[in-house]
Write a protein that binds this ligand. Sequence first.
Ligand SMILES: [Zn+2]
Length: 69
Amino acid sequence: MEHLIFVCPATGREIDSGVGSEIGTLLRIRQQNMRALCPACGAWHTWPVRDAFLAKAARHPLGTDSHIA
Ligand SMILES: [Zn+2]
């Protein structure tokens, strides 16, 4: 299970959306948007799933084909 991490547009902080999903599901929904209540600023934000970070691969946006040497 992976956790989706988004960057709050108001505070610039990385927040855990609390949404966990299998990587296969994430790849299927990456064209969609995710709406979540932001714990950093208390507002609702809508983020494209493709802009999310995975908790297990912090700093690497979904879809970036990066490899750990
Ligand atoms: Zn926010």
